[in-house]
Ligand binder design. Structure first.
Ligand SMILES: Nc1ncnc2c1ncn2[C@@H]1O[C@H](COP(=O)(O)OP(=O)(O)OP(=O)(O)O)[C@@H](O)[C@H]1O
Length: 226
């Protein structure tokens, strides 16, 4: 990935959520950690243009999140903290297809793409199930399938193992490890990011540590008890 922040920061109603920062993210797997309310989600949303910087600029693979919003959304798939909120249609297959509407695909090509992504996450058996009946782990995989069917090169996941039991957590962890796409994962589940290429620690809207997982997690532990 090639994500650049150039003195980019953002405020809500005069309160700074992310202080202006400059950095470049080029690694394949990046973790974001920090206390509740430290700015992690806001930072991630600035990358896909859901939150615009109040100052500075953010570019993703060369596209400006302000000026080239549509191109940026094609580059970055975002899986929200509560995946049930992002699945719109009642039947999983229909929801996955929704992402492909507007693309010039024949019915057959569309079905091939949907079946391909279902097979990739081993959830073909869920294709015709009602989304609201799926378990938490199944829902996470369903959300991944719905986002990845459009083939974004970068995927951001906001707390993908939140509220999952050990089995579903392991399933999602294993699935994330096998992804070919570049990933940026916000997580309170520290083992999930322990072998990532780079970890950012947010604290009060600033990045206060940035580096290898063990070093950054050690800093996080200090903040957590201070
Ligand atoms: N749309 C918004 N309007 C107003 N304030 C917001 C908005 N989004 C976030 N904030 C505020 O910005 C700060 C950072 O929030 P953010 O969601 O980025 O934190 P976080 O680190 O992701 O937290 P958590 O771990 O609890 O999900 C918080 O004080 C939050 O209340």
């Amino acid at each position: 990935m090639d994500v650049r922040f150039d003195q980019a920061g953002t405020s809500f109603d005069g309160r700074t959520a992310v202080h202006p920062l400059s950095l470049s993210l080029t690694e394949r797997r990046i973790g974001i950690i920090g206390l509740n309310g430290s700015g992690k989600t806001t930072f991630a949303r600035m990358i896909n243009g859901l939150v615009q910087p109040s100052q500075g600029r953010v570019t993703v693979n060369g596209f400006d999140t302000g000026a080239d919003g549509e191109a940026v959304r094609g580059q970055v798939g975002f899986i929200f903290q509560n995946p049930q909120n992002q699945i719109i249609l009642p039947i999983l297959r229909e929801d996955i297809e929704l992402g492909l509407r507007g693309r010039k695909l024949t019915r057959g090509q569309m079905q091939d793409r949907v079946n391909g992504v279902l097979a990739r996450f081993s959830i073909g058996h869920l294709a015709d199930r009602r989304v609201h009946e799926l378990s938490g782990g199944e829902l996470q995989l369903a959300a991944l399938a719905s986002v990845l069917v459009t083939e974004p090169p970068i995927v951001i996941l906001d707390e993908p193992t939140n509220q999952l039991d050990l089995r579903n957590r392991t399933l999602v962890e294993r699935t994330l490890r096998a992804l070919d796409e570049d990933v940026l994962v916000i997580s309170h589940d520290l083992p999930l990011i322990e072998d990532y290429d780079r970890v950012l620690l947010f604290h009060e809207g600033r990045i206060v540590a940035d580096g290898r997982p063990e070093e950054v997690v050690a800093e996080y532990r200090k903040i957590a008890v201070s």
